[in-house]
Write a new protein. Structure first.
Length: 633
């Protein structure tokens, strides 16, 4: 998406569902007998699997398994293996023995419970009139059966997104030809057990993919010698049409059929539009911007609460009178020259946690030091609070969950994150597995390979996450994974769930999508073509969302107050780091001063205002960085 490139010394990469990377390395060593799993950000090798993969390895959609084909037999015969990416355990699903042919092209079903693959050639890997067949088996290799009715004339299986259909190429083979010389003759669809089999395309289709809601295929019609190929579409109702695109014979479809990579024919001019297939239409914004209403009274008798922040020095937490701006130091938490790695007020402003020189200290809002935990190892990362303030999470070389009074300390195997109601803890391991359990770190159970959840349903039964440019939800146990945005070209980057579990906000490149947990009532709120959304802060009553956005062309940071009932969106210029009061009546922001025409800025004082944008009131307090203050109840 950015155009930047990084050289990975390997070949045949396969992305995991959460963005990890499985890759065969080293590429310059033809005798390589390992498959490595890499962290795509750091490029660090996280696991080495002793298996000479032949390419085409693929992750199951739930992230539990890798399927890979290669030389897993001492005699050199190929086998299909199921690999556990965490333990490295390998299970042979299908072996190239007894003249059955050698398995290639593994494809997992959407629910990860079955696998389809091609058995190609004889046991020596030469296609001598035996051809290739498409096989479907359970995830453990059992109950395997041939799907194609005409033996020896099928390859490259692909599951429909709903898992109800299996497509494969019709092919012919010539004696002694390598599998790459198989001649495609069409495309067939069938139920995974072989029923209802019919040919949709009776022409030499090369690359293809499922598109839409499992109701059609898009494919490349292989060109004749000296002519260009075309992209076409075939539906399950046997309608076929050209999409008006010509290309050289070098194309790969993105899974789902919504994008493809190709070489455009030289001299063919500009690439025609792909209608609803490959170009996402500009969403119509439901955003109606208004300026804050002026002149609302700042009546001290209206019950303005106090704020808690750090006042520019993380070692000295303070409380702030919201109306008067008077400040009161809570405590001095650090010795001179101390190294501070993290500091944070609890969501209710009742306690302040700080990590100094690898030691955690917690004080209450009156300055009383509750606990100093000095016996924890590798406390060198961030400190976070559960939304209800009952638990602390420490993230660093080692990770912990502990009670603020230090009476319970529990080591956890990854980074912690709580559901908005504080009832569920999610932990993501360094290997990308998601564990879900109780808020104190007990009863953690692996639910599969998932990114960290950004939202939970009101009953805690489903969680939301961003993957491959879309927002998804899954059951608490990792099953029933659903794409709730279905953006043709992706674009979703991160999100935030409302406190009541009814709404999800998903950030795009220049705005947000607002939608219910089931994907309904979706609205696009655009903040301008150059706006880059930042933090998303839901009000405690879930009626409003404060969105931080940045525009580089002289406008600088702004905060938008979005109403879930469809009311006008309020734009606050020169503001960032929004935080809501516990009654959802007030908002605190940090003011900014834009410098120059390129969007540079400096942070200023705290400001408080009503939720409708009125009464914006400057306080003589400058927090450190972009710290979001807490409101004292």
């Amino acid at each position: 998406h950015t155009g930047s490139t990084v050289l990975l010394h390997g070949q045949d990469p396969a992305w995991a569902p959460d963005g990890r990377l499985a890759i065969l390395v080293p590429a310059d060593d033809p005798s390589s007998t390992t498959l490595e799993i890499l962290n795509p950000t750091t490029l660090a090798v996280t696991k080495v699997l002793p298996f000479p993969a032949s390419g085409g390895q693929t992750w199951s959609p739930d992230g539990h398994w890798i399927a890979a084909s290669g030389g897993g037999d001492p005699s050199g015969l190929y086998s299909l293996l199921r690999i556990d990416p965490i333990s490295g355990e390998m299970v042979v699903l299908d072996g190239g023995v007894g003249g059955r042919g050698q398995p290639r092209d593994p494809a997992w079903s959407p629910d990860s419970r079955r696998i389809a693959f091609t058995r190609w050639g004889d046991s020596q890997g030469v296609c001598d009139s035996c051809g290739s067949d498409v096989i479907v088996a359970d995830a453990d290799g059992s109950h395997s059966q041939q799907v194609n009715l005409v033996t020896g004339m099928a390859d490259q299986p692909a599951w429909s997104p709903d898992g109800q259909w299996l497509a494969f190429r019709n092919v012919t083979h010539q004696p002694q030809f390598h599998r790459s010389q198989a001649n495609p003759t069409g495309l067939t669809v069938a139920r995974p057990d072989g029923r209802e089999q019919r040919t949709l395309v009776a022409a030499p289709a090369e690359a293809y993919a499922w598109a839409g809601e499992s109701d059609r295929l898009v494919f490349e019609l292989q060109p004749d010698q000296g002519t260009s190929g075309t992209i076409r579409e075939a539906t399950l109702t046997n309608d076929e049409r050209s999409l008006g695109i010509e290309l050289d014979d070098n194309l790969a479809f993105y899974p789902g059929g919504s994008e493809f990579a190709l070489q455009v024919v030289s001299g063919s001019g500009s690439l025609p539009a792909l209608s609803d297939l490959a170009q996402a239409p500009e969403p119509t914004s439901a955003l109606q911007l208004v300026s804050p209403v002026p002149g609302r009274s700042l009546d001290p008798g209206s019950g303005w609460p106090q704020l808690a922040t750090d006042g520019g020095d993380p070692c000295v937490p303070i409380t702030v009178g919201s109306l008067s701006g008077t400040t009161k130091p809570v405590a001095t938490m650090c010795d001179p020259g101390a190294e501070i790695s993290s500091a944070s007020w609890s969501p209710t402003g009742s306690a302040y946690a700080v990590v100094v020189n690898g030691q955690l200290s917690v004080a209450d809002a009156n300055g009383h030091l509750h606990v100093t935990v000095a016996n924890l190892n590798a406390v060198d990362g961030g400190v976070t609070w559960s939304p209800d303030g009952r638990w602390l999470g420490l993230d660093g070389t080692l990770r912990y969950v502990l009670s603020p009074d230090g009476s319970l300390v529990r080591s956890i195997p990854g980074s912690p994150s709580w559901s908005p109601d504080g009832r569920t803890l999610a932990v993501q391991t360094p290997e990308g597995m998601l564990l879900v359990g109780d808020p104190n770190g007990t009863h953690l159970v692996s639910v599969g390979s998932f990114p960290m959840p950004f939202g939970w349903s009101s009953d805690g039964s489903r969680f939301a996450f961003v993957r491959d440019g879309n927002a998804w939800t899954a059951q608490r146990d990792g099953s029933d994974v659903r794409n709730i945005t279905s953006l043709a070209l992706g674009g979703a980057t991160y999100g935030a769930g409302s406190i009541d579990g009814q709404w999800l906000a998903v950030s795009g490149s220049d705005g947000i999508w607002l939608l219910h947990f089931d994907g309904s009532s979706r609205r696009w709120l655009g903040f301008g073509s150059q706006a880059s959304p930042g933090s998303l802060a839901w009000s405690p009553d879930s009626s409003r969302l404060a969105v931080e956005a940045y525009e580089p062309s002289g406008v600088g940071p702004r905060v938008f107050i979005v109403a879930t009932d469809g009311g006008p969106t309020i734009a606050l210029d020169g503001a960032l780091a929004p935080g809501w009061s516990s009654d959802s009546r007030l908002l605190v922001v940090t003011s900014v001063q834009v410098e120059g025409t390129r969007g540079g800025y400096t942070t200023g004082n705290l400001q408080v205002l009503f939720a409708d944008g009125s009464g914006r009131h400057d306080l003589p307090v400058t927090p450190s960085g972009m710290t979001v203050p807490a409101w004292l109840k």
